[in-house]
Design a binder for this molecule. Sequence first.
Ligand code: FES
Ligand code: FES
Length: 171
Amino acid sequence: MPARIDIAFRLNGVGKRASVAPETSALEMLREVIGLTGTKYGCGEGECGACTILVDGVTINACLMFAADCDGRDVMTIEGVNATPRGEALRRAFVEHGAVQCGFCTPGIMVQAWHLLESNPHADQATIQRGIEGNLCRCTGYKKIIEAVAAAEAVERGQTPVEQSREVQRG
Ligand code: FES
Ligand code: FES
């Protein structure tokens, strides 16, 4: 087995090269080799979702993926999500709805929510709840997170805050 593997991939829309050990995870590469620390290390076992990234448009736990398997792929992290209009809408909604406490789970949940709204722009709260069920949060109890994602979705539909609150009251 080679001591290092040279890989080339797209990271947040930009071509990237890295030299990684065969056992290095995608999460380690992102955080420690490339220096993108937005993606978090929670459990390291695929259970918490703190390390959620997008690979070729599909959400994946970066702690369970070998860095070498990023070769030739299109990788998007929370830093890339943040730079999009939908990422900005989510970020604002998380702050406005008090959906962030310690913030450790937030990048993973935002990546998951961003992907959910990409594939289902009209997701209702039940769909959002199912969509983020693989992401654990020890602080907020999920209600505010789900409301924040729903609010970001409503903003994209052009709803005002008053219209949003009427919709929430109607359930
Ligand atoms: S750190 Fe990857 S799922 Fe928990
Ligand atoms: S805000 Fe603390 S774990 Fe989610």
